[in-house]
Design a protein around this ligand. Structure first.
Ligand SMILES: *[C@@H]1O[C@H](CO)[C@@H](O)[C@H](O)[C@H]1NC(C)=O
Ligand SMILES: [Zn+2]
Length: 506
């Protein structure tokens, strides 16, 4: 091309290219909007005999418009109302607020072969979870700074099927650096998370009571919580290193003895000394401490009750695996059940249920903590060397329901433990309840439908073989999941596009 021709043709080409681009952008945004939902309506009604609202279970309809709940109408008030828009009738199926999982490890970026945003959030959607909050560790790098949070947000972009928020990490490196912590909080983490024992991840070191105190004083200003893994290493009967490699390492009871309840108790004793400052008038007033995955239902729980009674701003969660399984049932070598703190005996499990039913345990979370099967050492069965963590993300609703039926668990309690209280912890005022004005985050499910979690069952998280739930029978089938009004999952099918939103605190 000679110089003059280039001079004449280039502007034309540029003009043509920009027209094409404009056309493409308009079209793709139009089609992607449609691909966010399996239901082609912006204004519609969900009707059912069992809608779980904060005022109880009602028969009626929920009106949804542009992603929000516009109105809720009881069946008896339905007559005479004009039904503008499409109606989806779910008959006897339960309509409940979508679950909010405040404790999940999606390992993306950096260890996406362990899980990943697409697989993890597809599993969440299939399990009725509409929002999850991703833990700051097990991905690489850990989310401990403004910069590393940006990597998370970038990795999640257009790859999440449900809404995802992020906890930031409180580690020794940033704990005494208020500027660094504020930068991380300003960038949008919903709160911080720290460990009082080694986390198992090199770039996520543990914190002591001084770090936690510093963290709470910064969080107070932001009115956001600190989540803590509450175990402190004590001299235990068996030392990991001493027995590693011997036959004992394959027995679950060996592992159980390496992490006795006294580890949890020691950590919580230190924590409740610090949380006194969260009381009204205290130095950390406005901050909140949340204890993750409580397993010990004895002394640890008593300390938490006392702190609550004293006015400390403190809550506690436990996980379905502590409520479903007991140490007595775990076969030697079955490392799928290894997690920390460990699953304890049946008597401990009974007391956990009682504490949950009586309101001393505030909420539930999955602590979905996967890895690659090789690190779970399923063939070798060495409990002391295997990766600790239970994969459960897609199953938490049927599991809580199935194991809870014996205790008379109600639909309202499920909504309280899995939606309402988690929403409050994560600072999500427009989530966690089927209420007018809230985001239309909804799960539709059939409590009485039983199914086997076997090889034929469609599991969307990456490594079903390492999940302790495979091989069990549960009841409670998820029919449909709506996130911000988009039908993102329906009976084995996901919406074509991943339109979940990254939730950033402001
Ligand atoms: C916690 O560790 C820091 C060092 O990172 C140290 O300065 C501080 O004294 C320790 N606090 C406690 C209570 O051990
Ligand atoms: Zn965890």
């Amino acid at each position: 091309m000679d110089y003059m021709l280039q001079w004449r043709v280039l502007p034309l080409l540029t003009l043509l290219a920009s027209f094409l681009l404009l056309f493409y952008v308009q079209n793709s945004s139009k089609s992607s909007h449609k691909e966010c939902s399996l239901l082609p309506y912006q204004h519609y009604w969900i009707t059912s005999k069992r809608i779980v609202t904060p005022q109880g279970v009602i028969s009626g309809s929920v009106e949804i418009k542009e992603g929000k709940i516009l109105s809720i109408v009881k069946e008896e008030d339905w007559q005479g109302k004009s039904k503008v828009g499409h109606i989806v009738d779910y008959e006897e199926a339960v309509v409940m607020p979508g679950l909010i999982d405040v404790h999940a490890h999606l390992d993306d970026p950096g260890r996406a072969e362990w899980e990943g945003f697409p697989s993890g959030t597809k599993a969440a959607a299939a399990g009725g979870i509409t929002t999850l909050v991703d833990m700051p560790l097990n991905s690489f790098p850990s989310t401990v700074s403004q910069e590393t949070l940006k990597l998370k947000i970038k990795a999640a972009k257009e790859r999440i099927y449900v809404d995802v928020g992020f906890w930031g990490g409180l580690v020794p490196e940033n704990a005494f650096n208020a500027n660094a912590l504020e930068a991380l909080l300003n960038a949008g983490v919903l709160g911080l998370k720290s460990f009082m024992c080694p986390s198992g991840i090199n770039d996520f070191p543990m914190t002591n009571a001084s770090h936690i105190k510093e963290g709470l004083s910064v969080l107070a200003k932001y009115r956001r919580p600190l989540l803590v893994h509450a175990e402190i290493q004590q001299d235990s009967e068996i030392h990991l290193e001493a027995k590693d490699g011997s036959d004992d390492a394959h027995s679950y009871s060996t592992y159980l003895k390496t992490r006795p309840p006294s580890w949890e108790e020691a950590a919580i004793r230190e924590l409740v000394a610090v949380t006194k400052e969260t009381r009204s008038g205290g130095l950390a007033e406005g901050s909140h401490l949340h204890i993750v995955h409580l397993s010990d239902s004895s002394s640890s729980l008593e300390l938490i009750k006392e702190a609550k009674n004293g006015g400390d701003s403190i809550t506690v969660e436990t996980c379905p695996h502590y409520l479903a399984f007991s140490a007595e049932e775990i076969r030697d070598g079955d490392t799928r059940f290894k997690c920390a703190p460990p699953i304890r005996d049946a008597a401990n499990k009974e007391k956990l249920w009682q504490a949950l039913l009586e309101g001393h345990i505030d909420m539930l979370s999955s602590d979905h903590s996967p890895t690659v099967p090789e690190l779970k050492l399923l063939d070798d069965g060495n409990f002391l060397r295997a990766w600790g963590g239970i994969s459960s993300l897609q199953f938490v609703l049927p599991v809580t329901w199935s194991y809870g039926r014996k205790y008379g668990v109600t639909l309202e309690q499920l909504a309280l433990w899995w939606s309402e209280r988690p929403a409050k912890l994560a600072g999500q005022e427009l989530k966690g309840a089927i209420a007018t004005g809230n985001l239309a985050d909804i799960v539709i499910w059939e409590p009485d439908v039983e199914f086997d979690l076997n090889d034929d069952y469609p599991v969307y998280f990456k490594h079903p073989s390492i999940s302790a739930y495979m091989g069990t029978k549960v009841s409670g089938r998820v029919l449909a999941t709506f996130v911000r009004g988009n039908l993102v999952y329906k009976e084995g099918k996901h919406a074509p596009a991943a339109c979940g939103v990254t939730i950033l605190a402001r």
